[in-house]
Ligand binder design. Structure first.
Ligand SMILES: Nc1ncnc2c1ncn2[C@@H]1O[C@H](COP(=O)(O)OP(=O)(O)OP(=O)(O)O)[C@@H](O)[C@H]1O
Length: 223
C-alpha cells in the first residue's frame, strides 16, 4: 500500500513542486501518473521509491514511513520497490546479466542462486539468450526491458517507472507495457509516469494527474 498524507515537496528553497498531495494506492493497482513536463511526476515517483524525502507530510510505502526513515534504512525499501528511472542507468562496462545481478549483491545469495534469479528475470522480460550481450549491443526497447529485469530481480511488491516508453516506436512501447501488465496481473502494484495518454489509457485503470500544482485522481470508468 502507498499512502500520501498532506505531502509537500520543494527542492532546497525553491517553490513547492508538490503541495498538499493526498492519495492512497491499494496493492495490485495499475496507476498512470500524468501531467505536463516539469509538473512533478518524477518527483512523485522518487518520493515513493525513497529516492527523495518529502519536505512535509507523511509518505507511507509498503509499511514504511519514508518521511521518518533514516537514509541508511533506505536499502530495505529498495527491495520492496523496483525503480525504473528515465535514464536507465545501465552499466556499459559489463554484460546484460551482470547488470541484473547488481541488486542481488546485497541479498545474501550465492553465485548460483543469484544467476538463476537473474536469468529468470531476463526470461520474464523476453531477453533469454541475450545474457552475455553488452547493453550497447541492445536496442532501446531491449535496454528498457533490461532495466525492468534489474528492477524486478528482487521480486518487489511495487514497481515504479518513469517514462519507460519514451523514445520507443509504438510496437516496442506496447511490448514494454505488456511486460508491466504481466507483473501487475500477478499482484505487483504498478505506477508509471508517461506523456503518452492513449498508451496509458489502454493499460492503467487509474490516473493521478499533476498540473500546475493541481492534483486530480480519476478512476477509469468501468466498462
Ligand atoms: N534535484 C532537483 N533539484 C532541484 N529542482 C529539481 C530537482 N528535480 C526536479 N526539480 C524541479 O522540479 C520540477 C518538477 O520536476 P519533475 O522532474 O518531477 O517533473 P516531471 O513532471 O517528471 O517532468 P518531465 O515530464 O519533464 O520529466 C521541475 O521544475 C524541476 O526543475
Amino acid at each position: 500500500m502507498i499512502e500520501f498524507q498532506h505531502v509537500f515537496k520543494s527542492y532546497g528553497r525553491g517553490r513547492n513542486i508538490l503541495a498538499d498531495i493526498n492519495f492512497r494506492v491499494e496493492p495490485g493497482e495499475f496507476v498512470f501518473v500524468s501531467g505536463p513536463s516539469g509538473a512533478g511526476k518524477s518527483t512523485l515517483l522518487k518520493l515513493i521509491g525513497g529516492l527523495e524525502p518529502p519536505s512535509r507530510g507523511s509518505v507511507q510505502v509498503h509499511g514504511h514511513r519514508i518521511d521518518k526513515m533514516p537514509p541508511r534504512a533506505r536499502p530495505y525499501l529498495r527491495r520492496a520497490v523496483g525503480v525504473i528511472l528515465q535514464d536507465t542507468h545501465l552499466l556499459y562496462d559489463r554484460s546484460a546479466i551482470a547488470n541484473v545481478l547488481l541488486p542481488l549483491s546485497v541479498a545474501g545469495l550465492d553465485t548460483r542462486q543469484a544467476t538463476t534469479r537473474a536469468r529468470a528475470a531476463m526470461e520474464k522480460v523476453g531477453l533469454s539468450g541475450k545474457e552475455d550481450l553488452n547493453p550497447v549491443e541492445m536496442s532501446g526497447g531491449e535496454q528498457q526491458r533490461l532495466a525492468i529485469a534489474r528492477a524486478i530481480v528482487n521480486r518487489p511488491a511495487i514497481l515504479i517507472a518513469d517514462e519507460p516508453t519514451a523514445n520507443l516506436d509504438k510496437d516496442s512501447a506496447h511490448r514494454i507495457m505488456e511486460v508491466f501488465r504481466d507483473f501487475n496481473r500477478v499482484g505487483v502494484t504498478t505506477l508509471i509516469a508517461s506523456h503518452d495518454l492513449p498508451l496509458m489509457a489502454a493499460y492503467a485503470n487509474r490516473t493521478l494527474r499533476i498540473d500546475a500544482g493541481k492534483f486530480t485522481d480519476s478512476q477509469k470508468a468501468a466498462l
